[in-house]
Design a protein around this ligand. Structure first.
Ligand SMILES: *Cc1c(COP(=O)(O)O)cnc(C)c1O
Length: 422
């Protein structure tokens, strides 16, 4: 299944040994498999097609916005879900056509709206009444008429980590579904915008299908109500959120997800938009890191590695656990189950795994953190003035550095002394 597998004595990404990539690109480095991206995309879109759904898949770029990754997906037919002017610029640079772009997010600025209207994007997902009024104003001033969805908040608990749950009434996202009728009525009176769609996104890394069912069923009822009130709703944006297996999770098969979409909204005759991020990119990436020191303390055994929380923040931010393996194929039965894998940053949160099963490790050993293709490199920073992590894309037996490591000299180039310090 996975394109990251042991072959002979070590792990490969497709037909390239990870040790070779580490040698050429250095560590830490993210490695993405174009084959894995392709398989995930195909699995997702085929499941929708098999369920008889008229669907467009807009990759949620906030999960991984490297332009080579976006190009890989757009070559397969994916559009893009963007949340900023910067992501819009990337989507266009990667070759996504404007009409295949959806703009989400609670805080679009008038400048970003103008940029998106100039790019003739397919749809704006509007999250509040003030945003609705601003978009109407900006569109009218440009002589444009743009398709919009109101993002509704169905008050469904996604049963996921609280920091990535977005569909409860107390969350900042969307408008209360109970007020949607009134807001669509308001939208219909405003010039420059056409309320033709409804959007919903209840959270990320959902491993239970029931919250999707509850949310989509509420949206279906809403569409019926809105149509009865005279609104021409012919599109539905069902967001992203489908979870992946980080080890120990059992996310629902995408076929079950597609079937429930068909059951809940299939009869409405709407064109559907999906915004998967993690599902497409997560399993398609790993982070390779090298052991700097092995520190055997009284009670614990630490592998101190050259990746840190600035390179992969998910463990610190979401208590996420990434499976960690050696690049070298471990000799069977040599696993020691008490390795703590930690980064060099002076924060207790800079810990990747505790009690991790790994073979005896030595300095220089290469480790792989699995399923790091989503919300990994995009959240990387230069905290501690550590170089911004590099990214590599593999395709069969080829690989390319698709983001060069940014050394401190590069980012220090944007700093200078104050005028009076010369
Ligand atoms: C984050 C987000 C997504 C993608 O979520 P995943 O869990 O990565 O699939 C899609 N749509 C919206 C509006 C989002 O905020």
């Amino acid at each position: 299944m996975s394109n990251f597998k042991y072959r002979k004595d070590e792990m490969y990404a497709e037909d390239v040994a990870l040790s070779r990539i580490a040698e050429v690109a250095g560590t830490p480095v993210y490695v993405y498999s174009a084959g894995e991206l392709t398989e995930s995309y195909t699995r997702f879109s085929s499941a929708l097609a098999t369920a008889g759904l008229n669907a467009r898949v807009c990759f949620a770029m906030k999960a991984n916005s490297n332009i080579a990754v976006i190009r890989t997906l757009s070559d397969l037919g994916a559009g893009a879900d963007v949340v900023s002017g910067g992501e819009l610029e990337r989507a266009l640079a990667a070759g996504v056509s404007g009409s295949a772009i959806v703009f989400s997010g609670v805080g679009k600025t008038p400048g970003e709206m103008r940029q998106a209207i100039s790019a003739s994007i397919g749809q704006f997902n509007v999250e509040s009444v003030p945003e609705l009024e601003m978009l109407s104003y900006v569109a009218t001033s440009m002589g444009a008429n743009v398709d919009i969805a109101i993002r509704v908040n169905p008050d469904v608990d996604a049963n996921t980590h609280h920091k990535i749950s977005t569909g409860r009434q107390e969350d900042k996202f969307g408008v209360d579904i109970a007020r949607a009728g009134e807001i669509y009525a308001r939208a219909a009176t405003l010039p420059g915008i056409a309320p033709v769609s409804v959007a919903v996104h209840i959270g990320s890394q959902l491993t239970d299908i029931a919250p999707f069912r509850a949310a989509f069923a509420r949206v279906a009822e809403l569409v019926t109500e809105l149509r009865a009130a005279g609104h021409n709703i012919h599109k539905l944006d069902l967001g992203g959120g489908l979870g992946i297996d980080y080890g120990g999770h059992t996310p629902p098969p995408v076929e079950d997800y597609a079937a429930l979409v068909s059951e809940t909204v299939g009869d409405l005759g709407c064109e559907l938009i999906f915004e998967p991020g993690r599902y497409l990119a997560g399993p398609a990436g790993v982070l390779i890191t090298q052991v700097i020191y092995v520190k055997e303390a009284e009670v614990r055994r630490f592998a101190i590695v050259d990746a840190a929380m600035n390179d992969l923040i998910r463990p610190a931010l979401y208590d996420a656990i990434h499976r960690i393996e050696t690049v070298r194929r471990p000799v069977t039965d040599t696993l020691i189950h008490d390795w703590d894998v930690v980064g060099p940053v002076c924060e207790a949160g800079d810990t990747f795994a505790k009690g991790c099963p790994l073979p005896p490790l030595a300095e220089g050993e290469l480790l792989v953190m699995r399923d790091a293709g989503a919300y990994g490199a995009v959240m990387s920073s230069v905290y501690n003035s550590r170089a911004l992590v590099a990214e590599v894309l593999v395709h069969r037996d080829s690989f390319t550095i698709v983001r060069a490591r940014q050394e401190p000299a590069v980012f220090m180039g944007y700093e200078n002394l104050a005028d009076w310090q010369h």
